[in-house]
Each structure stands twice: as C-alpha cells, then as structure tokens.
Design a binder for this molecule. Sequence first.
Ligand SMILES: [Mg+2]
Ligand SMILES: [Zn+2]
Length: 536
Amino acid sequence: MSGLPAAIVVPTLGRPGLRRLMEALVEGSGPPPAAVIVVDDRRGAGAPIDVAPLRAAGWHARVVGGRGAGPAAARNIGWRLAGAPWIAFLDDDVVPSPTWRADLAADLTGLAPEVHGSQGRIAVPLPRDRRPTDWERNVAGLRDARWATADMAYRRSALAAAGGFDERFPRAYREDADLALRVMAAGGGLVRGRRLVEHPPGPAGPWTSVRLQRGNADDPLMDALHGPAGPWTSVRLQRGNADDPLMDALHGRGWRDRAGAPRGRRRAHVATSAAAVLAAAAAARGHRRVAAAAGLTWTAATADFAWRRIAPGPRTPREVAAMVATSAAIPPAATWHALRGLRGCRGLLADRVRAPRPRPPAAPRPRAVLLDRDGTLVVDVPYNGDPARVRPMPGAAEAVDRLRREGVPTAVVSNQSGVARGFIGDGQVAAVNRRVEDLLGDLGPWLICPHAPEDGCACRKPRPGLVIRAARALGVAPAECVVIGDIGADVDAARSAGARAVLVPTPRTRAEEVAAAPLVAPDLPAAVELVLGAPR
Ligand SMILES: [Mg+2]
Ligand SMILES: [Zn+2]
C-alpha cells in the first residue's frame, strides 16, 4: 500500500493526551503517513517526548525542539521540516477515529489543485445524563469551528506561499483563522473532509484514572475544578481577547464572517466594566445617585451574564458558585486583555488606516519578471512546432496584462531541446513564439536554449544562463528579477542566477519540486499578485 501524501505535525506541551493520540494513529487503519513530526514546545525541561509507538509501527517519526513560543511558531518549525505535499496538523489532545488515516487519504484524493486545505471533523463528547458545564460547552464550540488546526491539513505549497502561521499570535486561539483567511485571500479554496477526531472537553489529567475507577457521572466536574480546566479557566480564556485587535488590523473588521468565527461578548464586557468603573468613581466623589444607577447597571449586566451561563448547565451548587464568581471576573478580564491587544498592534492599525491594503508584498517589487513558456504562459505541448496548437494557460492573458499595465518589464526564458534533438527547427520555434505574442501581446526579449541536456551548455535551465541573459537584455540585475515557471528547473535556474522564483505547478510538476519551491501560486495571476501585491 502506498503511503499518505501527508506528513503529520503535532505541537505538544507534553500533555498525557499525546500518547493516546499516537496509539490511536498507529492502531487505526489506512496508509501510513509520510512522516510524523512532534514539536516539543515546552519552555522548561521535562521528561523527553517518546515517539516509540510510532517508530514501532515502522513509521518515520521524529521529535524536534520548539522555542516555547506557542503553537503557531511550533507548527511552523514542524511543517518546514516536512517534505510531503500535504501537512496534516493535529493538536496533542485529540483522539483520531479508528479510520482516520484511511479517511484522510480519501479526503485528500482527487482534490482540485486550487483547493489548498481540508478541515477534519471534530467531535466533542458531552455527558448524556446531565447538562454540560460551562467549560464543556466552551470546548463543544470546536465542533462548529471552521479551519481549526485541531485537525486541519494544508498543502505545503500553500503554507510556503502564505509564510506559514503568523507567530505574533502567541496562543492557540486565532492563529488558525488568521492562516485560513490568508490562504483564501491568495486564491486557495478550503474544504471540509470526512475524517473525524474526538476532542475530549477535559484533557485527560491526573484525574482520569480516578474517574475510570468510580464511573461517577459528576466526575467531569473534577476536571473543571482541579484539572487544567479549573473554575478560573473561563477567565483565563479572556486572554484571547488580546488577539482580536490584531485580527482587525490584519484582515479588516469583517474577518469574523469570512472566518466563520462567532461574535464574542467583548462589547458587552466593556460596557459592564465601564459601569463598574463609573460606579466606583461616582461613589468616591460622593455622587450617590450616579453611583447607585451605575452599580445597578453593573449588577444587572453581571446577573444576566451569569444566568446565561448557568441556565444551560447542570446547575449543581458548585457549578452555580463557579459561574457567579467568574461572571463578575470575566468582563474586566476581557476588557483588560482587549486593551492590551489593542496597545500591542497600535502601529499596525495606524498602517491600515493609512494604506488599507490587506498585505503588502514582503519582498521588494521586482524590476522585471521572467516567464517560462511551456506550462507557464501556454499549455505544454512537447516539442511543439505548430503555431495552431498554441493555447494560453488559464489567467495568462490577465497576468501579463497586469504586468504591462504596472510597467513591469518581462522576458521569456525557455528550454527548447527539440531543436538539438532534431524534432523541430529554429523557424518553427520562432513561429510558435510569434503565435504566443499574437495571443498574449508583447512579452519582451525571448531567450531560448536550443541545446539538449547532454550538450552541457550554460543556458539550459536549471543552469542560470537564460536568466542572466534575460536580465542583461532588460538592463537589470538578476537579483532584481523574479522568474515564474512550472517546474523545479525554473526555480533552480532563478536560484543559481541570484533571482527570486515563484512556482506555478501543473499536474506534471513533481511534489518534491513543489515542496522545495520558496513561493508557490495556484495560477499565473496569483503568482503576479504574490510579487506585486494585490491589485489596487
Ligand atoms: Mg515549463
Ligand atoms: Zn543551452
């Protein structure tokens, strides 16, 4: 059986769930993954992470050290080390279903090239014999999450093009929605798959064995009161509010709708906190009636909030006490963290007001773009000498139009070994090139290598000759050029000449070439957008 086209990347804090995850992966059915990379993101020392269950299955598995900088940074370390065309991210507290690997294979098979990501289904088992606690309902929200990296697979090329996760998101909160929005903005589609993981509401901690012994239906409360999800977890979660201003700055205010993120209660929390501050300030200055009115507003808002959280829950005395106490603490905590997040990205917000473009290109604008011909500008017909068989690639006309409109000079760099092999003549190559320009307009200088691989010339890509000559013909340095092509030889020619490159893969492009490319785009207009930024 051939393996999965995916490497699995798991960031971990060494939680006990990791072993359960590994065992479930190995015991399930389906093809083996290309590799499993576990990123140990603990800051301090701990017992070494042991991937023995994976190695015992004969899998390629490794543990690499993170920087303790959070899941976004840890996942970036992991996928960059993986060579597979797909990267399947799993959180260390999920349990894949017994058919997860087989289902992942099915999810990834036959996806259109423009689909860049596939979301797994996330089930959150809730107690059947009582109502779920506030914490359990909180985790259950994952079930409807869109693009949650608890189980999300991306094409490696899409991750490379997006630059991976944004490491300014320090916690497992908005970093996944941020990445999904950027992949979609670059033209990549995201779909839902059929594979399933279970995400237990309470991470299995020291209390798991006790719970198994007693089989007591109330025991998940132990997790809520003593485990990582203690009564103050809901207050701690408010730290996530600090990420929302960054999301506003990066994606504009409509990002929640596009990312499918539920609208939070931040505004209500800010209003509640303001009432409390007003009541205290008025009382201090002796304005009794103002203080009373503001105090009443605060009491009513807090009671309303507490009741919203108590009503759907189990309403046990401990749960009610926890909800009352935390409902008073959450609004100020949410407000404090939102203000903190706002302060953290003040500069970004100001930039956005000045220049409302979603993402300026990270690299400087190139002074010229060098285009491969076959498989990039026109459909690749091997050794074509017939102008009648020339067909532009989808989006090619639009892409070269934009380059022309924005005054970016172009040239064509093309291997035509059919000449050396005697399949076609120089005149036929010239006739085909003329036809390409008839269809797409003037493309600048044409640099053609007519040699065969065994001639050992300096111009045939992946050698740098064509790129260097094209740059010289345009009066620019190779380092100021971007080469756009459909195979690894185009990328390598650019690299050896000191130019940048964008790969636009076709079905014939090999997965290793896609994985090795520094920048990948789904089509020619997207490649141009990568180097010039979004059109104004
Ligand atoms: Mg080509
Ligand atoms: Zn040559």
